[in-house]
Design a binder for this molecule. Structure first.
Ligand SMILES: Nc1ncnc2c1ncn2[C@@H]1O[C@H](COP(=O)(O)OP(=O)(O)OP(=O)(O)O)[C@@H](O)[C@H]1O
Ligand SMILES: [Mg+2]
Length: 232
């Protein structure tokens, strides 16, 4: 599956990443490694480059300089077709802001990645319902995103990121719109699922309590890694 990837090394590695948005240097040489099955928290002040880092690592945005290696493949060298295939089959992404398709119900939003991968509609919808259940939003299955609260939408987005069984989940502030009880429930479900399936998770958060669920924490400061600390 991992095509010659040496399992001793990191599954995903961003090295010396540089990315500017216009004149703003969002990333200035950030390097991050994620091992298979590892839960890594990325913390840092607002504007420190966390979301930009996720966009580069998940192959959504090409960095201006530096490299991203996933299971032995350099993302910057891949043709667009292979890159989108990787993103569809190996990665699950929860974005910080609006991402569910507004015309589809929560259930169909979660079923969609499976259907794109060739699963039949009934089977995809059944699996989607189970994922909504895990994240405590099965009751909202028939609601459209515009009818969901921010926290409900994030839970549906997490269900959608996990439904295909990716090897890496990128979750940008997945509990940002949740109160502490709901946040704890969502984090428990996410961590439990990841541990069970051996999924690696790159978790962006402002919240020290959320970061405490991770195996390790990396802090970004002004677009570079400020410190590494073992949290568990
Ligand atoms: N599309 C964009 N156009 C212009 N500047 C941008 C864009 N996206 C991000 N930036 C800038 O790049 C820097 C890093 O942004 P980024 O979104 O990566 O930070 P962040 O750490 O995710 O912040 P937050 O915690 O607020 O989500 C910020 O100064 C931001 O203003
Ligand atoms: Mg952000």
């Amino acid at each position: 599956m991992s095509m010659g990837h040496n399992t001793a090394g990191p599954l995903l590695a961003g090295r010396a990443l540089v990315k500017a948005h216009g004149r703003t240097e969002a990333l200035r040489g950030a390097s991050v490694e994620l091992r298979a099955g590892e839960i890594l928290a990325v913390t840092g002040a607002s504007g420190s480059g966390k979301s930009t880092l996720v966009h580069c690592l998940s192959g959504i945005v090409r960095p201006d300089a530096g490299s991203v290696t996933y299971a032995g493949e350099r993302l910057e060298e891949l043709p667009e077709k292979r890159l989108s295939e990787l993103r569809r089959t190996e990665f699950g992404v929860v974005f910080q802001f609006g991402q569910l398709i507004p015309e589809l119900t929560a259930l169909d939003n979660v079923a969609l990645p499976l259907m794109l991968a060739g699963t039949g509609r009934a089977e995809a919808r059944a699996a989607a319902g189970e994922w909504l259940e895990r994240f405590g939003v099965r009751g909202q299955a028939e609601s459209r995103p515009g009818e969901l609260s921010g926290g409900q939408a994030q839970r549906a987005a997490l269900a959608r990121a996990l439904v295909t069984g990716p090897r890496v989940v990128f979750a940008d502030e997945p509990t940002g719109a949740l109160d502490s009880l709901a946040s704890e429930q969502v984090m428990s479900a996410l961590v439990h699922t990841a541990r069970e399936a051996g999924t690696a998770v790159l978790l962006i958060t402002h919240d020290a309590q959320v970061a405490a669920y991770a195996d390790r924490e990396v802090q970004l400061r002004d677009g570079a890694v400020a410190s590494l600390e073992v949290t568990a």
